[in-house]
Write a protein that binds this ligand. Structure first.
Ligand code: HEC
Length: 109
């Protein structure tokens, strides 16, 4: 019983943390943003532009990606959409979180 309660509490705490980050309440760790910046330069900049500016190929400006749409970001990057390739075989969930940190907090707009 006590184990079960601890598990539920842990889950609740995790959710609360995730929500705080998504809503922009909690700043991202600089290391996470840097990791995201590197991953972006390697995997995404060919289409989305260096540092997300002047995308060469993608019709979207990631600097304007809505901060509250974490789920859409993860889904798009994981599974792809139309001409956007899926990344689930290349990037781990951690990597996608780092990219998220970079996209919403990495480049000043
Ligand atoms: C081969 C070119 C290409 C690469 C590489 C690429 N993308 Fe995309 N991306 C696109 C295109 C094209 C779209 C627009 C898809 C559509 O809606 O038709 C897009 C859309 C997106 C969107 C959705 C934007 C929105 O408003 O819903 C996100 C988020 C995104 N890309 C993130 C990434 C990330 C992160 C990477 C690197 C892991 C990446 N992309 C790599 C081509 C690319």
């Amino acid at each position: 019983m006590r184990l079960g309660a601890a598990f539920v509490l842990g889950l609740a705490l995790e959710c609360a943390n995730a929500a705080a980050q998504d809503a922009g309440g909690k700043p991202f760790a600089p290391e996470q943003i840097n990791k995201g910046a590197e991953l972006f330069a390697t995997n995404c900049s060919t289409c989305h532009g260096n540092r997300m500016a002047k995308p060469e190929w993608a019709p979207v400006d990631l600097r304007k990606f809505p901060r509250e749409d974490h789920a859409r970001f993860v889904d798009t990057v994981t599974y792809g959409i139309r001409n956007m390739p899926p990344w689930s075989d290349v990037l781990k969930p951690d990597d996608i979180e780092a990219l998220w940190a970079y996209v919403v907090a990495g480049e000043k707009r």
